[in-house]
Design a protein. Structure first.
Length: 338
């Protein structure tokens, strides 16, 4: 299987640069997994797609303001992008660093409000960085950091992104990208879904850089997935089992929820680091339906959704989405695949 098998034409003007004016105003394309039937709806009507006895699994990760700007003691400007916490207490993080000259071990990067980032080591293009002082680091980061919008959004983060690049159910801090399918949902829509006899269950998968890092090999057998930490509560795992036994549907709100559930089904572990790479031919063990956004050409997320819906059916739906001028990617419209 090859990277070029997962390409499609996308006019740049369909890449959403801002969220819709009102949360929950997005369009939804519906797609039948077995028949390939395409329909169109809106988020406000999505509760009608659920059945009593269904289970909706949500990713409650919360995006951290992961972009930091400072300067070396010598004066050179530096941008630090937090990837994941390696050790706490002590606030040692895996980071990306952008500077005119790569910093060496021991380099101190001066940040706002008296904070310093001390470079410890570099491994495979990432740096290990310790923040000093580490006391009240989380509050400092909320004040100083900028939201990490993906690279296809061609603007700097604005005030609205602090709220709109988070789901309304975001709780556990640690993601550097949003679980974007959840961005469409309001508390009112979730309440209406629950009122239809649908159970809602949380899990946590901290979305990492791999969600928008390009695949750099043509032969997909050579691609290595980035690891993302996840935790599935016992109650959620039990709800999945009970739903399957009753004949109800397990519906994943987003590819992140799906990856956590399927990784756990394969590994038998309810917490750890997920690195599952799902391609067409994969047998899904936990998830029966999926709510997701439209994904980048040649991305691992597009490959996953092709595996779930069927490659030809999914790419045909994408061509139809382009023709109907759906909005694509993080702040774009949604799909319900059932």
């Amino acid at each position: 299987m090859f990277l070029s098998d997962f390409d499609y034409e996308l006019p740049p003007e369909l890449i959403a640069q801002h969220p819709p004016e009102v949360r929950g105003a997005s369009r939804v394309m519906t797609l039948g997994r077995r028949c390939g039937t395409i329909g169109e709806s809106v988020i406000g009507d999505l509760p009608g797609c659920f059945r009593p006895g269904d289970l909706l699994v949500l990713n409650d990760t919360r995006v951290i303001p992961a972009r930091l700007f400072g300067q070396k003691e010598s004066g050179g400007k530096v941008e630090i992008f937090l990837v994941r916490r390696l050790r706490a207490p002590g606030e040692v993080w895996e980071c990306l660093i952008k500077a005119s000259k790569a910093p060496q071990g021991g380099c101190r990067i001066l940040l706002p409000e008296g904070m310093a980032a001390v470079v410890l080591a570099r491994e495979e293009g990432h740096w290990q960085v310790e923040f000093d002082p580490c006391e009240d680091f989380t509050s400092w980061l909320e004040r100083v950091g900028k939201m990490p919008l993906p690279p296809y959004i061609k603007r700097e983060p604005e005030g609205e992104d602090r709220e709109r690049y988070q789901t309304v159910f975001a709780k556990e801090k640690g993601a550097v990208a949003a679980p974007t399918a959840g961005l469409h949902f309001t508390e009112a829509v979730l309440a209406e879904i629950a009122a239809r006899g649908v159970r809602l269950a949380p899990l946590t998968l901290h979305v990492g850089l791999g969600t928008f890092m390009p695949v750099r090999v043509e032969a997909l057998s050579e691609h290595k997935m980035h690891r993302e930490s996840y935790r599935i509560p016992e109650e959620t795992a039990a709800a999945v089992r009970e739903t399957k036994e009753r004949g109800g549907r397990v519906i994943a709100l987003g590819t992140t929820a799906l990856r956590a559930l399927e990784h756990a089904a394969v590994s038998g572990e309810l917490h750890g680091e997920a690195d599952i790479f799902i391609l067409p031919g994969y047998r899904f063990r936990s998830v029966d339906a999926l709510i997701t956004n439209f994904h980048l050409p040649k991305s691992t997320l597009l490959m996953l959704v092709c595996a779930f819906a069927g490659k030809e059916s999914l790419l045909n739906a994408y061509r139809e989405a382009v023709a109907r001028k759906f909005r694509f990617f993080s702040y774009g419209d949604a799909m319900f695949i059932s």
